[in-house]
Design a protein around this ligand. Structure first.
Ligand code: PLP
Length: 378
């Protein structure tokens, strides 16, 4: 390590988007594989919409000018979307309650900076969960405290979490991260977990990551006004098909949003990304119309895999399935699963090996059928 580099970064594991998928021993180019390892929507923008967006790029963006650093019109469009596309209860979110990031990853980093940096706090995560919270915290020298989930339904071990919050003092827990529904395990928050989050004290920020909201159709946005210490994260990378353009947003108390706006980079979101996100909201009915097909395909793949008694399959509230081998010797499991993942990759299907199991994104009907056929053979 070069001597001017922070010593704690020595041990740091970088996030690898397609482990073993794009470099190393790969024979096929990445786009010849069924890429079912990063939970995107399998469909690109429809051709006519892409053309319209290209037209808008040509005619509405001056590339020599800085983009709108306040994201004003995008925030208005997002607040309308949050307030209307909302089953169950009422939300009345204003643009002052929204911050937009270069992917929700940028927002995660901004909120870590705004709460925990400089020894002010640690974060609590319940594994297995989205690895980015821990990775980003560690790049900032923020310590990550981990508790487990129960294997029956992957809900958080709430007793352990409560004990851990009470006993962690140097520095205290400042953020609890939950995903609703969780990745990689696909379960939404249970009523007990929700009640627990409601009782957390106001000096702890509760981050509820709703990256898969459009698939689960469950949101806590309607409860935000009751909890100044809650923040909801969402993204355009999944159901809205804009992963390439990196747009995420957070919804929270206006005072917290004002701080996040101070912390982020001034022109964090390229003009084209802002344009595309607004465009996607304008065409939300068309873009989200494939969700019923994806959910039906999820049921189909789960049913197909269940024919093989080999897999334990957990219920999913999202666009992916989480499975583990039913009978495998636990001590051999990681090796066996990694071997299985590699074999499946050489058959042409990329899935993710994480949290002691396999996470399979639901793709197009043809991809899902290949997934099942290839898995049957291995
Ligand atoms: C995919 C995903 C995101 C999205 O991150 P972006 O930076 O917006 O692409 C956020 N949280 C979770 C849990 C995810 O799975």
């Amino acid at each position: 390590m070069l001597p001017f580099i922070r010593r704690d970064l020595n041990q740091l594991q970088a996030y690898v988007p397609h482990p073993g998928g794009i470099s190393g021993s790969l024979v096929q180019p990445i786009d010849s594989l069924d890429r079912l390892d990063t939970n995107e929507c399998p469909y690109d923008l429809p051709e006519t919409l892409k053309q319209k967006l290209a037209w808008a790029y040509q005619h509405q963006i001056e590339t020599n000018r800085y983009p709108d650093g306040s994201h004003a019109s995008l925030k208005i469009a997002i607040s309308q979307y949050v307030n209307t596309n909302f089953p169950g209860s009422q939300a009345s979110i204003t643009p002052e309650q929204i911050s937009v990031g270069n992917g929700s990853d940028e927002l995660i980093r901004a909120l870590l900076i705004a709460t925990c940096l400089g020894g002010e706090g640690s974060i609590l995560v319940a594994n297995p969960t989205f690895s980015m919270y821990g990775i980003l915290a560690e790049t900032l020298g923020i310590s990550v405290v981990k508790v487990n989930r129960l294997e029956t339904d992957f809900s958080i071990d709430l007793e352990a979490a409560t004990r851990t919050i009470q006993s962690t003092q140097t520095p205290p827990i400042r953020i609890v991260f939950v995903v609703h529904p969780n990745s990689p395990t696909a379960n939404p928050l249970t009523p007990d977990e929700l009640n627990w989050l409601r009782t957390l004290p106001e000096e702890i920020l509760v981050v509820i990551d709703e990256a898969y909201f459009e698939f689960s159709q469950t949101s806590l946005a309607g409860e935000l006004s009751l909890h100044p210490n809650w923040m909801i994260l969402r993204t355009f990378s999944k159901a809205f098909r804009l992963a390439a353009l990196r747009v995420g947003y957070g919804i929270a108390h206006p005072q917290f949003i004002a701080v996040l706006e101070k912390v982020r980079l001034p022109y964090n979101l390229p003009g084209f990304s802002q344009l595309a996100a607004e465009f996607a909201l304008c065409h939300q009915a068309e873009l989200l119309s494939v969700i019923p097909e994806i959910l039906a395909q999820r049921q189909q793949l789960a049913a197909d895999l269940a024919q093989q008694s080999r897999w334990k399959i957990w219920p999913s509230a999202s666009n992916f399935l989480y499975i583990r081998p039913q009978f495998e010797d636990a001590s051999r499991m990681p090796d066996t699963l990694e071997q299985f993942r590699q074999n499946l990759k050489s058959q042409g299907t990329l899935i993710r090996h994480t949290g002691g199991g396999l996470r399979i994104t639901i793709g197009t009907p043809a991809e899902n059928q290949r997934t099942w056929q290839r898995m049957m053979k291995l």
